[in-house]
Ligand binder design. Structure first.
Ligand code: LLP
Length: 421
């Protein structure tokens, strides 16, 4: 459920007409709903209410400071994957003991910053990383809380580019080697083992792969406890998918997911951590764009928008589907026509949809890409020197620009000319 609905013939973001925001800020623009963000965070939080838990928002999905602050004030922890994300989380007021640090390539500088600034745990992905964390922690005089990410070798049944839990993926250590690696971790001077971490992929639309992975984690918890390790926490990663089309079968809800976790892991007495990103922010954001031209091609009709692949890369990168709807509500039963919906960038890959049935829309009309809140603005670039797309947050009947569109002057001034020119 989201808060982008037609009212009086106009698409609204909560109580604000989308057209009003587009008029004030220009297009393309991302618009987020506070109510949807908070609702989705709370759904996860409540789904795990049966025991001690922490929902660590995977901020890679959308990391604007206003979004982070909204979630932090609601009690969210954060899952960070870089020094930059760590700095953002801290700037949003998230205490170190609510931040987990994931990622296969944490640098020594990043590890040190997090250790000195405060961290709930590092999710360690390899033996070399384990040694680096131990060395730095010993040098700083701290014992670093760690989990080790295990790769359970399950098929997440999602797009290959976002599946992470198969043995051929770069993530985690093979679960078969976990006891040996935990023994090494326990022997290192700077580490304090606190739990196990697993994350098998993103946009999972079934519970079964999660269940298989978590069952393996339950067995491993028992085995590691027999080996004498303190397994206090289980970080179960993110990955629960969202509906991208109205018609497709609905993915499981956070409630079902929480119940399944309870069934598989509830008797272990561990604190549960999860790292959802997409489900919290995906349907809490839309990308609004204006149609520039309607071009009649050879046997195809193109709608050329002022948004492009640099603003929303998901269709080009993952063949992702986003519903695209007119901001003015179409009359019911109106005839639809097929369009290729494209951006202005000079690449054929700059295509959002092919042969998409659309109600009548033409030059000057506004359209909204639904479910664009996750992996949208954060993956935007300034390719073709198109200004980085701005972001707006709505709360009830108020809205605020939470990231300005840079001017061309600002963009140009970020470069510098060497003295020899
Ligand atoms: N935890 C870890 C360790 C992750 O690698 C990820 C996502 C998450 C949590 C959050 O997963 P989520 O709940 O959002 O599915 N850019 C791609 C998605 C990349 C996901 C990367 N890792 C897309 O647009 O589909």
């Amino acid at each position: 459920m989201d808060h982008f609905l037609y009212r009086n013939g106009q698409l609204h973001a909560e109580d604000v007409p989308v057209a009003e925001i587009a008029a004030a800020v220009g297009t393309p623009v991302y618009i987020y709903s506070t109510a949807t963000l908070l609702r989705h965070f709370r759904l996860f939080d409540e789904a795990l209410d049966w025991g001690p838990h922490l929902v660590c928002y995977a901020m890679k999905a959308a990391s604007n400071q206003a979004i982070l602050t909204t979630l932090a004030q609601a009690g969210a922890g954060m899952d960070v994957v870089s020094g930059g994300e760590y700095a953002r989380a801290r700037a949003a007021g998230v205490p170190g003991d609510r931040i987990v640090f994931s990622g296969v390539g944490k640098t020594r500088a990043e590890i040190r910053t997090a250790l000195e600034g405060g961290i709930r745990q590092f999710n360690i992905e390899s033996e070399p990383e384990m040694e680096a964390v131990s060395d730095i922690a010993a040098a700083v005089g701290i014992s670093a809380p760690v989990t080790i990410r295990v790769n359970p070798d399950v098929d997440a049944k999602t797009h290959a580019k976002i599946a992470t839990g198969k043995s051929e993926n770069k993530f985690g250590i093979p679960i078969a080697r976990a006891r040996e690696v935990y023994a090494r971790a326990a022997a290192l001077p700077g580490l304090r083992v606190v739990g196990i971490d697993v994350h098998i992929g993103s946009q999972l639309t079934q519970l079964e792969p999660f269940r298989q992975a978590y069952r393996k984690v339950a067995d491993l918890t028992r085995a590691l406890r027999e080996d004498g390790h303190d397994i206090l926490r289980l970080d179960l990663g993110g990955g629960l998918g969202i509906p991208y089309t109205r018609s497709n079968e609905a993915p499981p809800l956070p409630t079902d997911y929480g119940q399944m976790i309870r069934e598989e892991l509830g008797d272990l007495g561990c604190e549960i951590e999860i790292e959802p990103g997409r489900l919290i922010v995906g349907n809490a954001g839309i990308l609004v764009s204006q149609v520039i031209y309607h071009k009649q091609g050879e046997g195809r009709d193109f709608l050329i928008l002022d948004a492009a692949m640099n603003d929303l890369i998901r269709p080009a990168m993952y063949d992702a589907h986003h519903d695209i709807v007119p901001v003015v509500e179409p009359d019911t039963g109106v005839e639809q026509a097929l369009f290729d919906i494209v951006g202005p960038v000079c690449e054929t890959g700059d295509t959002f949809a092919r042969a998409r049935p659309m109600p009548p829309v033409g030059p000057g009309d506004l359209v909204a890409f639904r479910s664009a809140g996750a992996y949208g603005a954060v993956m935007a670039s300034e390719y073709n020197t198109r200004a980085l797309v701005p972001e707006v947050l709505v709360n009830g009947d108020q809205f605020a620009v939470i990231r300005q569109r840079p001017s061309f002057d600002e963009i140009i001034k970020r470069d510098s000319i060497p003295a020899w020119l």
